[in-house]
Ligand binder design. Structure first.
Ligand code: BG6
Length: 473
């Protein structure tokens, strides 16, 4: 990660929901990772805001315990102690007007101490039903206005799920839009923080060899898979109201599709890339009822309905498969499949591009019938790129065999902590490339909504499968 100009600006990182699960699992380890690798501004403070009655000293202890017990980090003592000194706490209720005033006072104190109007980054690390209350309170207390001549450098980070459907996403965006400009809103989709996902654009647009034939004339089909070994575990209450399609399809998988199929941006800037992702996602046409019946399928693993928090007899899908096409001149007619499921018995997350082979085939007599090439962007179990091609078998006869160029992306896999750290780093630096724009969110919901509604009406039967044995749909 090269330094970007914005990362030198004195910054206060305010976490709303500072004693919650997201803070402990992702935000703190990622901030610590940036700190210990020298990638935070020299003047940097974290201010936690939460309901729990804690003093700053008690909160610092709480943070230290999290750092010491988190499975993916090994904090050294000196770094840990230094990091903890940069952390403060304000106790408050999310709907408590006075509490936000105290928060504002705390931020003003830090600015006064630094003698500067610092950047403020508000991270909404809370369940989505609290967003509205928090945003309104932030606005009421003047916290979203900033202190500099042009309103300061304020930003807000919002986690997925971004709405439950088009309507709720739009409502949330309207509210955000009254308080912040689009350039200040950072909507996180953690898949965009994955190293292999960034690599798709680099691979495509820097290698003419592939980009030349990256279209309907040369590509026969595209398959995107997000198969997970784990089941829903202890997330029943959250998951049951959402289902697999909204949990990973509406966001991660459509973003994977956008990066794989978008047109080259005019320039490699955040605005250019986001624009092209958006344009591509806008070529997804909402399905008719007939298309939903014919092109989508869904399943649920046996035992799911017994999980704590899941409604008895729940019809929520834990598996889905969707066959779609893009309504774009470059892609019209190319079948695209999205497949995802929980409890699949393995982790397989990848994008496979299958290239056409001319027919009739000019192939030697003793050879397989098809000579398709494939490019695979593999995210799990390995992070790699695989290119499948055909070559002559060593020996005296002209016989072909399939071989593979295998490019492991790293010597050591980038950890989840670093993936999330990359997103926070870009947010601090003011680079929105890896964050989802309002247009993208809307385009994704426009496509997903009719399918969710049809499934809720049971238009497509739910297939039950045994854990570890994906349904053959
Ligand atoms: C999350 C979903 O957004 O993505 C989870 O809520 C899912 O259900 C996860 O398991 C998958 O992400 P990753 O990084 O483990 O592939």
């Amino acid at each position: 990660m090269a330094f970007k100009p914005g990362v030198h600006t004195p910054t206060i990182f305010i976490v709303l929901g500072a004693t919650g699960d997201l803070m402990a699992r992702k935000v703190l380890p990622a901030l610590f990772n940036l700190f210990e690798t020298g990638r935070l501004p020299a003047r940097f403070q974290v201010v936690g805001f939460s309901r729990r009655e804690l003093t700053t000293a008690a909160f610092q202890k709480y943070v230290e315990d999290i750092l010491l017990t988190h499975k993916d980090i090994r904090p050294k003592r000196t770094a840990r102690k230094k990091f903890i000194k940069a952390i403060q706490y304000v106790q408050g209720n999310f709907d408590g007007e006075r509490d936000y005033e105290r928060l504002a006072k705390k931020l003003a104190e830090i600015d006064k101490q630094w003698g500067i109007c610092s950047s403020k980054l508000f991270h909404l690390a809370v369940p989505p039903h609290l967003y509205e209350t928090i945003l309104k309170q932030l606005a009421r207390s003047g916290l979203t206005k900033g202190c500099g001549p042009d309103g300061g450098w304020m930003k807000v980070i919002v986690e997925k799920p971004f709405g439950k459907n088009f309507e709720t996403a739009e409502k949330l965006d309207t509210l955000l839009g009254t308080l912040f400009r689009e350039g200040q809103i950072y909507r996180i989709d953690h898949y965009l923080g994955k190293a292999m996902i960034h690599n798709i654009l680099a691979f495509r647009f820097s290698n003419k060899l592939f980009e030349e034939g990256w279209d309907r004339d040369s590509i026969e089909q595209i398959r995107i898979r997000l198969l997970e070994n784990l089941g829903v575990k202890d997330r029943g209450a959250f998951y049951d109201g959402i289902g697999a399609l909204r949990d990973v399809g509406q966001n991660h998988m459509l973003q994977m599709l956008a990066l794989t199929t978008m047109d080259p941006p005019q320039e490699f800037s955040a605005a250019g890339i986001r624009r092209k992702r958006y344009e591509l996602l806008s070529t997804l046409r909402p399905f008719t009822r007939a298309a939903i019946r014919a092109q989508t399928s869904r399943g649920q693993y046996q035992g799911y309905s017994k999980i704590k928090g899941v409604a008895a007899g729940s019809k929520t899908e834990t598996f889905f498969k969707i066959n779609l096409e893009l309504d774009a001149p470059r892609w019209r007619g190319v079948p695209i499949t999205l497949t995802s499921g929980k409890s699949m018995g393995r982790n397989e997350k990848d994008i496979t591009i299958v290239f056409k082979h001319p027919t009739p085939c000019l192939c030697p007599a003793r050879s397989p019938h098809t000579f398709r090439n494939e490019v695979v962007f593999e995210i799990e179990p390995e992070e790699s790129i695989r290119i499948r091609f055909w070559a002559k078998k060593p020996g005296l006869t002209m016989e072909l065999e399939e071989r593979e160029f295998y490019l492991p992306y790293h010597e050591k896999r980038v950890s989840r902590v670093e993936e999330y750290a990359k997103l926070l780093y870009d947010c601090i630096a003011g680079d929105q490339t890896l964050f989802v724009s309002t247009g993208e969110v809307q385009a994704m919901w426009r496509f997903i909504d009719p399918i969710v509604r049809a499934w809720q009406k049971n238009l497509v039967p739910l297939a039950y499968y045994k854990s570890g044995q994906p349904p053959k749909l």
